[in-house]
Design a protein. Structure first.
Length: 112
């Protein structure tokens, strides 16, 4: 069994300039923990695989294609492959999101 503590994983530089930590990266899936401080956001991008987001803490705005919704903790959001999406923290609290990409992407995410 492999266990991973968030505090033991360093954030890596990324095109969004936010705290993003790879918790798991296997042949079949990737799991990333993203923290958005108030006023931070992800740039709109297209992921080549399906993505599931799970809000761990806070409230945020998620945009997927033409849809936009404000969501809070304990909410799961599905984002189909090849649809532009992004997250925004327009609130005053920290937003923490767990991101699961499946299957593991074989091509790069495209920034818009």
């Amino acid at each position: 069994m492999k266990t991973v503590q968030l505090r033991d994983v360093s954030s890596k530089p990324n095109p969004h300039g936010v705290d993003a930590r790879n918790l798991s990266d296997t042949e079949n899936a990737q799991v990333v923990h993203i923290t958005l401080q108030p006023g931070e956001s992800l740039k709109k991008h297209i992921t080549p695989v399906d993505v599931v987001f799970y809000v761990l803490q806070g409230r945020g705005v998620v945009e997927i294609g033409e849809e936009r919704a404000e969501v809070g903790a304990d909410t799961l959001i599905e984002s189909p492959a090849r649809i532009a999406h992004r997250w925004l923290n327009e609130g005053e609290e920290t937003l923490r999101i767990l991101v699961v990409k499946t299957p593991r992407p074989k091509e790069a995410t495209r920034m818009l």
